[in-house]
Structures are given as C-alpha cells and as structure tokens.
Write a protein that binds this ligand. Structure first.
Ligand code: BTN
Length: 321
C-alpha cells in the first residue's frame, strides 16, 4: 500500500492502468488496494472515470532519505514504520532486542497509541507525528527530575520555530495553543531502575489533522492554526534539534536550570485550578513549579506541592469532567 501511496503523493490523477503497470499488478488488484487504503488507513481518494485515482487531500509521507538529508541521522539513529501499535511499545521491543540507545522510532500511524492516564492517543495515518526517543538512564533518578517538563519546553520551542508563536505549556507536559491541546508527552521507564534502565520519551504532535472523533478534550493542530499543510519531515527535524539541545543541557545542568524558563511559559501561572488525583479533588491557585518540576499550589493560603503521572489539572471554571 505504501508503494501506491508514494505514487499518489504527487496529488495528481493516476489511471488504474498506469498504477497497475508501476506496481506490476492487475487493474483489479489496483482497485482492491485502493479499497484497502480507504478502509484500513482511512485515506480518502477521488475516482474520476477516464482519469483514475487521486488523493482527496494532500499527504506528505515520512521519507527516510529526506530526513537524512535534513540532518536527522546526525542527531540520533532513527527507524521509520508504516504502522505500529505504539512507537513507545516498539521502542521497548527494540531495547529488548539489544538496539543501543539513543534512537528514535517514528510511525505513519499507531493502532494503540498511548496517552497519559490510560487514555488512547488518536494516531491516524500520515497526518501527525508519533515519535518515541529512547535514552539510557545513567545518573539514576536525578536524570529523570523534571525531564518531561524539559521535553515540553523543547516541543513548545519547535512549534514556535514553525510559526506557532502562541504555543505554551500546561503542567506537567501538555502543549496548548489557544487553550487547545496540540501535543502531548508520555515518559515511560523500562528495565530495572537499580540496574540498566531506559526512558522512552513519547511525543505526539497534531500536525496536519483536520478532523477527529473521540478526543475527549479541546484540540487543535498545526495545520488548523497555520491554515496550511505542514511538512512533517521538516518538523521532525526541527523537533529533534530542539530535543537534542534541551536534553543535553538537562543532563548537564539538571532541572533547576530550566525552572524559570518553564514558569515563564506556563499558560496557567497564577490561575485558579482544580487538581484531580484518583478520587481526590483539590482547588488552588498555581504558584509555579519547584526545582524538580513539582507543581506548587496555594491551597487555602498554604503552599502544597504535587507530582506524579496520574495527576490532571483543569481551570477551576471549566466544568468538564
Ligand atoms: C498525552 O496523553 O498527553 C500523551 C500523549 C503521548 C502520545 C505519544 S505518540 C508517540 C508515543 N507513542 C505512544 O503510544 N504515545 C506517545
């Protein structure tokens, strides 16, 4: 199917005969592949008698040669897949097979994309960025302090460098534009923290997604904000340059060096919020974060600190569940 998509990527009409010749298959087999593109990958096609098939909307596929040419392989090795359950799950499988970190896993789609707090991360084919970076944890727990917040800063900078000047952060590591989520981060540890251990840095960015069903929170995408298609290969390189820079400085300096930068980009600084952790609900005002990235809330005038992956935060006036 990928060969057929590469042929159609130019956005022009291709006759069934021409596609059949290029793929060395019959016209009937072409028709079947077109059906599969639509049913399995959700890709809409225009069919016009006498002209053939054309993509209904433009598509820019991940391209190994283009990514190399733009310098991604100089940052860290990468692996591209057409379809995965989850780039983070595949990253863990590669670690188990002995692939040496750091390395990056990219996929055109995920069939079981994982979000925070057990949520599903919508991962349609060919429109967004689904990426997992594996790093070796060498300095124990200190290396992990504030790591997901620093990744958030890197993603935010990549979005701003791509024209989304209003991108900002929401504790712990959501990236929002105009109050809507545009990117999410999920860190997962693999191995034995007392021995050899790796962290999988999963990043999902809504790049060219224009519609989606079943996302429980307000969302947006780079395309919706910029009103144009975004070149995913280019954005992946911008993102990974930022990640490399931020992660290197974090490894060297620790999280405290980023506390101020993070707070000055926190969209909910000073806001009244409601924090949910399991069945617990706590109302307070955001004071900021501490030197390890924990949230500082003023609760009835007393400062309290919160950290942990299962916590969610809402503006107090937002009545959604
Ligand atoms: C969130 O819920 O905000 C975190 C979303 C993280 C999604 C990314 S997409 C790439 C990587 N693979 C996954 O299965 N999840 C992360």
């Amino acid at each position: 199917m990928l060969t057929l998509l590469r042929l159609l990527e130019d956005g022009r009409f291709h006759s069934g005969q021409a596609i059949g010749d290029a793929l060395c298959i019959s016209r009937n087999a072409v028709w079947k592949q077109v059906q599969r593109l639509e049913s399995e990958l959700g890709i809409a096609l225009n069919r016009v008698r006498g002209r053939g098939y054309q993509l209904a909307s433009p598509l820019v596929l991940l391209n190994d040669a283009v990514l190399r040419d733009k310098g991604l392989s100089d940052i860290w090795p990468f692996h591209i897949y057409e379809s995965l359950d989850s780039t983070s799950v595949e990253a863990t499988r590669l670690v188990a097979k002995g692939v040496e970190p750091p390395f990056l896993v990219l996929s055109e789609r995920q069939t079981s994309g994982r979000g925070r707090r057990g949520r599903i991360w919508q991962s349609p084919f060919g429109v967004n960025v689904y990426s997992s970076l594996v790093l070796r944890v060498q300095k124990g727990a200190r290396q992990l302090e504030g790591l997901s917040l620093v990744v958030g800063l890197a993603v935010m900078r990549a979005l701003r460098a791509s024209g989304l000047n209003e991108a900002g952060l929401k504790w712990p590591n959501d990236i929002l534009v105009g109050g809507k989520k545009i990117a999410g981060i999920l860190l997962e540890l693999t191995g034995d923290p007392a021995d050899v251990c790796h962290v999988v840095v999963g990043v999902g960015v809504n790049v060219n997604m224009a519609n989606a069903e079943g996302i429980e929170q307000p969302w947006t995408s780079m395309k919706l904000e910029l009103q144009r298609m975004v070149d995913r290969n280019e954005f992946i390189c911008v993102l990974n340059r930022q990640l490399h820079g931020y992660l290197s400085r974090h490894a060297e300096l620790g999280f405290a060096a980023f506390q101020e930068e993070w707070e000055s980009n926190h969209l909910w600084q000073g806001c009244e919020v409601m924090l949910a952790s399991g069945t617990q609900r706590i109302e307070g005002m955001v004071l900021g974060i501490d030197r390890v990235g924990a949230l500082r809330l003023s609760v009835s005038g007393v400062e309290q600190r919160f950290s942990g992956g299962e916590i969610s935060l809402r503006l107090r006036d937002d009545r959604r569940a």
